[in-house]
Design a protein around this ligand. Sequence first.
Ligand code: PBG
Length: 329
Amino acid sequence: MPSLPIRPRRNRKSPAVRGLVRETQLRPEDLIYPLFLQEGTVDEPIESMPGCTRWSLDGLVKEVGEAVAVGVRSVVLFPAIDESLKTPLAEECHNAEGLVPRAIAAIKAAHPEVVVITDVALDPYNSAGHDGIVETSPDGDIKILNDETVDILCQQALCHARAGADIVSPSDMMDGRVAAIRAALDEAGFSEVSILSYTAKYASGYYGPFRGALDSAPKAGDKKTYQMDPANAREAIREALIDAEEGADMLMVKPAGPYLDIIHRMREAIELPIAAYQVSGEYLMIKSAAKDGWIDEEKVAMESVLGIKRAGADMILTYFAKSLAAKFG
Ligand code: PBG
């Protein structure tokens, strides 16, 4: 037999050796669990996202408890707002008695150690279904107003901070919002509240099931004047440099799986921690293929999240957080 001195397979010969050479480790504490909530006492399965639920406050607290029990330490909240509360200026987003502030308080009361992250954007509250304030011209063209929106986002972030949020997470993609939110928080005495900025949020088709879950799809137009063009990578780094300059504590890339190159580039370019969001469409594709029996849900969920971490994400928002964490234990 000819000598073959270099045999990479030697490093794969047993589980223990594979363990020694494993380059990327996923840990339950890397995962952030996105949770949907609604008014009332009913926990309602979400049709567009099988396995996900719009929780009542009691259900939410119980679900957080289950996630904590398997090692998840961070959650992010998404409210389904009653149609009657949606307005052009999205006032409900900074109502101190609103669904999100009550949810933050309820989670903190039951699980003070859990990191509570809130989404800062107007789409669940805005009658137009956009992340910002919409101006409609007489001939029906719409414009998303940047600076007017940022003022409201600051009020929303303050409302979440007052209720006890640890991290506010602007997902709206307005210009200048990180600096404005940082200043508003600091001025009100919330210098400890962090900002996780959706830095590179793409105008993606993968958000469909989420918009179904919250009934938050835009009523007119699309989000392409504020969310990024999927064709662009350098622009993501530009956004990252701006967010860092404006005082973001953590940056996010979203979606995750189809944008691994962006995560990787951002990791190389910036020292801040990077989060990546495995969004509803990525989740649903895995769920649907597994339901038909063609892929193993657990394996593919784990592999997809591991790939996101390997690309350079420090933390991953995923609807699989609880079920994956339960598997690590
Ligand atoms: C809205 C928001 C969206 C998601 C998180 N925050 C939808 C959108 O921008 O239209 C999507 C998350 C997912 O698809 O899982 N600010």
